[in-house]
Design a protein around this ligand. Structure first.
Ligand code: MSP
Length: 638
């Protein structure tokens, strides 16, 4: 049995939870559910960050004590997580006595070891970010992180000797490729470490800020909120209190964060652990941002998406599905209601919902609901079975690499293959002609595919997949665990029950054609044609780059697909392309081609494709777009 310990950042208790917070927490939840389903010993931690200036200010403004303010606001997170079906094993609040005790013990131990010292300090302070900056960090005299005003401060403070770990940290990152993921975030950290690394100011004089954990060796000071907050990851699992628990869970398997807090985790946190003689987490994974309308969500722009509103509109599972399917975690993603509705209607209502409803109706009609045992398999059956097995094989790989969007895409491919299989084998005609043996095979395979799809999507949509499971004969939705997905099926003989639509279509609101007209027409997205001009800004969204083909090979069991390894200048990538009827692998190696470099990754026939090459033509008459003359791989085209 393996161990899996996953964490989210602890959120500022003051904030109103939005889809950014929801995303990290749902991602952690899905990973935890997957691991539990595999039988792994799993611990999932989330919580709230409750000290610091912002909380103190907000409490003062309301005329309540900081702890009362925290007690009132923490509920917003706790209620949301409950609503979203989050299965955290513990919810840490940094105001809990146990956590406070651990922080004080760590501070004292580091002070005793000479890792913390007192010095005179002058610097620029940003209240919003609760961080100090040096004069040269500032951008136009303002905070380099958020652009707000900074205040000059001169005072005595305590410092953690972070700077001395610079070389060690560089070496650690370079020799542990799994440590910071995705890999380009490791490069970002290494870039940060190129500059000199200063020591970290870890105290605030009480005269300026009282709401924090008191330093055990100087009661005139409280602890810097980040130093306190980061320690939650170890205090929650028994550090310095319950040795056995601590050994059971630490080091964490996966610490999920947003890209906004990369440095605090990959530099502050890791050097703190080093000073404390504690091993580092296996992986720190930084995902991108959710944007709305291509902009960062912010209260002042009024574009913050409230998860509660989305849940009320479309249900918890569809919301969880959308966030995970839409974001490829390395990159930013854009939230729009249109994109949400269109993905819901196509993936869930049309594809998955439709597959269940067809199989359900056909089985009820053919056998009164009992799922039959199969007869002999034909080519169409084997091909369909292979598509479902490809999804089952892709999901664990994608899960391990925190590429759940790609795992989900692979499952959706199997769902679509299911609908094609039903069309091809036409069970309604088999019912009519009385070809029972063939009919039994088709109904069995389709129902069994639904079983495997439900197991794969269960961590993402626990409630809906339990409903699906119940509809195909697993009472209470008890469909089994992922480790049994490829075991011989136990579905034959089970009884389907009539099911209402699993995912009712969301009706797109009709919009008036013209303000004066009462007539309503549905919104249509016109197909672009060469006569429909687009703005240069729209074109600029597509990043076209020159790439050199380093290696190529056929994708097994496919006539059309080649798998290419390409050089994009500062990175190597794999893409899959449907050019095999024209180009043999040897024809294409060494060519410089044109690639769409910012396309969302996809899994094609179980193979990951990270970009798309440009070509014209079909079948055996395809011609690649190439560049006229020598050009460096990675050069932008446009
Ligand atoms: N309290 C600190 C973290 C301390 S961890 C020891 C903090 N809190 S926060 O409330 O600002 O939450 C930050 C986290 O919320 C991000 O790292 C990210 O996981 C999530 N998100 C907040 N806004 C986000 C988006 N717009 N998009 C995606 N996730 C973001 O920083």
């Amino acid at each position: 049995m393996d161990k899996f310990y996953v964490t989210t950042p602890i959120y500022y208790v003051n904030d109103k939870p939005h889809i950014g917070h929801a995303y990290t927490t749902i991602l952690a939840d899905v990973l935890a559910r997957f691991h539990r389903s595999l039988g792994d010993d799993t611990f999932f931690l989330t919580g709230t960050d409750e000290h610091g200036q912002k909380v103190e200010k907000a409490a003062n403004a309301r005329g309540v004590s900081p702890i009362d303010h925290c007690n009132e606001t923490v509920v917003r997170f706790q209620e949301l997580w409950e609503k979203l079906g989050i299965t955290n094993d513990f919810f840490i609040r940094t105001t809990q006595d146990n956590h406070v005790g651990v922080v004080q013990n760590v501070l004292q131990a580091l002070y005793d070891k000479g890792e913390i010292y007192k010095a005179e300090y002058s610097g620029w302070y940003c209240v919003g970010d609760e961080r100090f900056f040096t004069e040269k960090d500032l951008v136009d005299g303002k905070c380099p992180e958020c652009g707000r005003e900074v205040t000059e401060i001169m005072e005595s403070n305590y410092f953690f000797r972070m700077g001395k770990y610079r070389e060690w940290l560089i070496d650690y990152i370079q020799t542990h490729p799994d440590f910071i993921q995705p890999a380009f975030r490791a490069n970002e950290t290494l870039g940060f470490l190129k500059k000199e690394l200063g020591d970290l100011c870890i105290s605030r004089p009480k005269s300026r800020l009282a709401w924090g954990i008191e330093l055990p060796f100087d009661t005139d000071y409280v602890c810097y909120v980040w130093f306190d907050a980061l320690l939650n990851y170890v205090s929650a699992v028994g550090y310095l209190r319950r040795d056995e628990d601590f050994r059971r869970w630490w080091p964490a398997s996966c610490q999920l964060i947003g890209k906004d807090i990369l440095t605090t985790h990959t530099v502050y946190w890791t050097t703190m652990l080093k000073a404390m003689d504690i091993p580092l987490p296996k992986t720190i994974f930084a995902h991108g941002w959710w944007l709305t309308g291509d902009k960062k969500m912010s209260k002042s722009l009024g574009n913050v998406v409230n998860p509660m509103d989305m849940i009320a509109r479309c249900g918890v599972d569809a919301f969880r599905y959308y966030l995970l399917a839409e974001m490829s975690p390395g990159n930013d993603a854009n939230f729009t209601e249109d994109a949400f509705v269109s993905r819901y209607n196509s993936d869930l209502a049309n594809d998955l919902g439709n597959l269940l409803s067809r199989v359900n109706k056909l089985t009820l009609r053919a056998t009164g609901g009992t799922i039959p045992s199969p007869g002999t398999f034909e080519d169409a059956d084997r091909e369909f079975e292979a598509e479902v097995s490809a999804a089952a094989a892709a999901m664990p790989v994608c899960r391990a690499e925190v590429k759940l969007d790609q795992g989900i895409a692979a499952v959706m491919q199997a769902v679509r293959a299911g609908n094609r299989y039903i069309e091809k084998t036409a069970p309604w005609a088999l019912i009519k002609s009385g070809n029972t043996e063939r009919l039994n095979t088709v109904l069995f395979l389709a129902a069994d595919a639904l079983r495997r799809i439900a197991v794969l999507l269960q961590p993402v949509m626990p409630t809906k997949m339990a409903e699906l499971a119940a509809a195909i004969g697993y009472p209470n939705g008890d469909i089994g665990t992922i480790d049994r997905i490829s075991a011989p099926s136990d579905i034959a003989g089970r009884k389907m029950t009539e099911t209402a639509g699993l995912f009712p279509r969301i009706q797109v609101e009709a919009t008036p054609v013209a303000p004066v007209s009462a007539k309503k027409e549905p919104k249509k997205k016109p197909e672009p044609s060469s006569c429909d001009p687009i703005a240069i800004d729209d074109f600029a969204k597509v990043v076209l780059k020159a790439a050199r083909v380093l290696a190529a090979e056929a994708v097994p069991d496919s006539k059309k697909l080649l798998k290419l390894q390409i050089d994009l200048g500062d990175e190597k990538r794999q893409i899959v392309s449907g050019i095999a009827e024209t180009y043999r692998p040897d024809d294409i190696v060494g060519k410089t081609i044109v690639v769409v470099a910012n396309l969302k990754p996809a899994v094609i026939r179980g193979v990951e494709s990270n970009g798309m090459l440009l070509a014209a033509g079909h079948g055996d008459k395809i011609r690649l777009a190439t560049l006229d003359g020598d050009i460096r791989p990675g050069e932008r085209i446009g």
